[in-house]
Design a protein around this ligand. Structure first.
Ligand SMILES: Nc1ncnc2c1ncn2[C@@H]1O[C@H](COP(=O)(O)OP(=O)(O)O)[C@@H](O)[C@H]1O
Ligand SMILES: [Mg+2]
Length: 248
């Protein structure tokens, strides 16, 4: 689905590359986490995918089409929700549909349906400030889904939340992923989170970022927290932690 082929990138003014000859592929419907030390270039990959930055050379394609020739193929969700404080929850959710010129009736139906599904219908006329951090991230996620994009780029979306909320939202995210069959790239620095969520974990171990070390996670879905306590998963977690510590 998504393909990087020999991508090179450096920020303006830098005399070193952040990303060097990077090639990788993501299959349709996959859930992949990217982990690596702070500053290693993870968010830069997302900036390249959503065309906020352009590679110096190499190609980025979706279903073999260069990304500059397509629109609305990815949706980005950062650590801090980008909800508009002056819009109600429902109006925030309607935003991507307004941009697609959906009718009022369609927006009404879709937004209510989605809010109901994520258990937030009673908050539809509230404002972002009235909701907890976890609720706001659920609203953000719904908005990302409603852009209609198949590829979701989630950049540490749970890292600012308390640990109990995180646990609940991870399980919630997996059920949403299975329901909507989106392709998900998920950046995190939490090894356990990466293992719990993903089919594959991409580990960044080089500076500049030249390749990912890919790990398949030997767990089936649906998953619950107890999956993490088997000996092979604990061993994998240990291996990844050791790998990441070597880089610091
Ligand atoms: N807009 C920018 N201009 C210049 N340098 C940047 C910019 N954004 C990030 N960088 C630098 O690029 C490197 C990779 O950043 P980033 O992709 O944000 O890392 P990560 O998300 O893995 O923590 C860092 O050294 C960072 O300081
Ligand atoms: Mg980052």
């Amino acid at each position: 689905m998504l393909n990087f082929d020999n991508v090179n990138f450096k920020y303006k003014g830098d005399d070193f590359y952040t990303i060097r000859n990077l090639s990788f592929s993501v299959l349709d419907g996959e859930f992949i986490s990217i982990i690596g030390a702070s500053g290693c270039g993870k968010s830069t990959i997302f900036r390249l995918i959503n065309s906020l930055e352009k590679p110096e050379s190499g190609s980025i394609t979706i279903d073999s089409i260069p990304i500059h020739k397509i629109k609305n193929y990815s949706s980005y969700m950062p650590q801090k929700d980008l909800l508009y404080p002056w819009r109600t929850i429902k109006k925030n959710i309607c935003l991507p549909m307004e941009m697609q010129n959906k009718t009022k009736k369609e927006m009404e139906e879709q937004s209510e349906k989605m809010l109901k599904e994520v258990g937030l219908l009673e908050y539809k006329n509230k404002y972002p400030r009235d909701l907890s951090g976890g609720m706001r991230q659920r609203v953000s996620f719904v908005r990302a889904i409603l852009t209609g994009a198949n590829l979701l780029l989630l950049d540490e979306p749970f890292s600012a939340l308390d640990s109990i909320t995180k646990i609940a939202l991870r399980e919630w995210l997996l059920s949403e992923w299975q329901k909507y069959k989106k392709t998900v790239l998920f950046i995190t620095h939490d090894v356990e989170e990466a293992i719990f969520l993903s089919q594959k974990v991409f580990v960044v171990t080089t500076q500049p970022l030249t390749h990912f070390e890919e790990y398949e996670i030997p767990l089936n879905y649906p998953r619950d927290r107890n999956c993490l306590n088997t000996s092979n998963i604990l061993q994998l977690k240990e291996e990844l932690i050791v790998k990441l510590r070597q880089e610091n």
